[in-house]
Write a protein that binds this ligand. Structure first.
Ligand code: UDX
Length: 437
């Protein structure tokens, strides 16, 4: 099939490459010339494991091209909208400029029976609103909402073998003509058994908002337990292991630490609250305010713990932050708790050095005032305290004995609870976890 993908960020670039991998002829469109240049040269404009390799593989087949010209979408049977919906400046709501711009920009290039597929995370009501706009121009085209659940760091496999597909169509019916079209697009994963649900537009939009809210709530729940564990002298990692053995609860997403960040969960729960308010259902989501508050409290807590660890003052203390990305296997620093903590420590007088295997260029653009060091061995030199804030494998594997001679004081704060506390203590370190005695 001929497919266009509008927006080539984390979602769109991966989606375009994966659609070509599934055998379709794909054109990716983005307004950002630099991004299009990189993608056209088969280079991912951000770090995502496996994406460079996939881009090279599919571009050799000639099935994948990139352009800044939206007119290239003409002639595609399916148009995926993959643009961003960032948080509006100074508000909780999502900024819909890019989604609305992509949909209206497509209008001149739509033919009868074309299917516009929304993948961006949007406030409920968007799909039906865009369907009206599309129908006014091209009455025989369709709008289907097909939310994306991919995780950064696993984006390629999440796209090629997702847990499930959700199709939101106007009448919520399996017989809607756009269903068969999208089934043809996803025929390979569907044939291998990926379940798919057909819903109406608002349900499909809400599935995404609900999924992200649930994940954020699960993380904040365990972080709230970490606060109680700290007060009671208990260990939140053992608590998580024990409650996670109940398969109604499950152990995944119960890692207490410095909290969630990234380009999705924080802004998505805020946009969801804002939209519920507009719909008069704000009470239903007031708990998400608490989820957000617990999450932000983790950052303050780490600053306080670091002060304790440094003997009561941060002034002039050399603190090395291991990790800047919001999670491992990503160079994304949007709303990264690690970077936010690093900046706060610096503001409070610490001399902060940040290191990360992939995210330093992005981190330096966001917080140019921080000091960055590529080599871990150099970054830790003469440190008064180490803070492990993003659990890259190379930090999990650090040797406390080898490291001991580089630092000024053997103190480590394990912001992700991934180190073996006994081993570090045996090597002479003062070890602090979060929610652990
Ligand atoms: C998330 C959703 O998982 C995905 O389905 C959606 O499409 C987009 O948002 P992503 O932002 O890539 O994906 O990251 P995710 O793996 O969900 O992690 C989010 C944050 O939560 C990270 O900062 C991570 O470090 C943190 N986290 C995760 C925890 O603090 N504890 C956990 O147990 C799990």
């Amino acid at each position: 099939m001929r497919i266009s993908v509008i927006g080539c960020g984390y979602l769109g670039a991966v989606h375009a490459a994966c659609m070509a991998k599934l055998g379709h002829e794909v054109v990716g469109v983005d307004v950002d010339e630099r991004k299009i240049e990189e993608l056209s040269a088969a280079r991912a404009p951000f770090y995502e494991p496996g994406l460079d390799k996939l881009l090279r593989e599919v571009q050799d087949t000639g099935r994948l091209t990139f352009t800044t010209d939206l007119a290239a979408a003409a002639g595609s049977a399916v148009h995926f909208i993959c643009v961003g919906t960032p948080q509006k400046t100074g508000e909780n709501a999502a900024d819909m400029t890019y989604v609305d711009g992509a949909a209206t920009g497509l209008l001149p290039y739509l033919f009868p029976n074309d299917v516009v597929v929304g993948k961006s995370t949007v406030p409920v009501g968007t799909a039906s609103r865009l369907a009206d706009i599309v129908r006014a121009k091209q009455p025989d085209a369709h709008v289907i909402w097909n939310p994306e659940f991919l995780r950064e760091g696993h984006a390629v496999s999440d796209t090629l073998q997702p847990d499930r597909f959700v199709y939101g169509v106007l009448d919520g019916s399996e017989d809607h003509p756009a269903v068969a079209v999208l089934d043809a697009v996803y025929s390979t994963p569907l044939a291998s058994g990926t379940p798919r649900l057909v819903t109406d537009h608002p349900t499909a939009e809400l599935v995404k908002a609900a999924a992200n809210s649930f994940l954020a709530t699960k993380i904040s729940f365990i972080n709230a337990m970490a606060e109680v564990c700290e007060a009671a002298g208990a260990d939140v990692t053992q608590l998580a292991d024990a409650i996670g053995m109940d398969d109604r609860i499950g152990r995944k997403f119960l890692n207490a630490g410095i909290g969630f960040g990234g380009g999705c969960l924080p802004k998505d729960i805020r946009a969801f609250m804002a939209r519920a308010g507009e719909l008069g259902a704000d009470q239903a989501l007031t708990f998400l305010r608490e989820v957000d508050a617990i999450n932000m409290r983790r950052r303050t807590r780490v600053v306080e713990l670091t002060r304790d660890l440094c003997g009561g003052t941060l002034l002039g203390k050399r603190v090395t932050v291991l990790g800047a990305a919001f999670k491992p296997e990503s160079d994304d620093v949007r709303d990264s708790p690690a970077l936010s903590i690093a900046a706060q420590l610096q503001l409070q007088g610490a001399v902060v050095t940040v290191t990360d295997p992939k995210a330093l260029p992005n981190a330096a653009r966001r917080f140019p005032e921080l000091h960055y060091e590529v080599e871990t061995s150099v970054a830790v030199m003469k440190a008064d305290a180490l803070l492990l804030l993003t659990e890259w494998q190379e930090y999990r594997d650090l040797d406390p004995y080898g490291l001991g001679s580089s630092v000024s004081s053997r103190r480590i704060l394990d912001g992700r609870n991934v180190l073996d506390a006994a081993k570090w203590r045996a090597a002479g370190w003062v070890y602090r976890g979060l929610g652990r005695p």
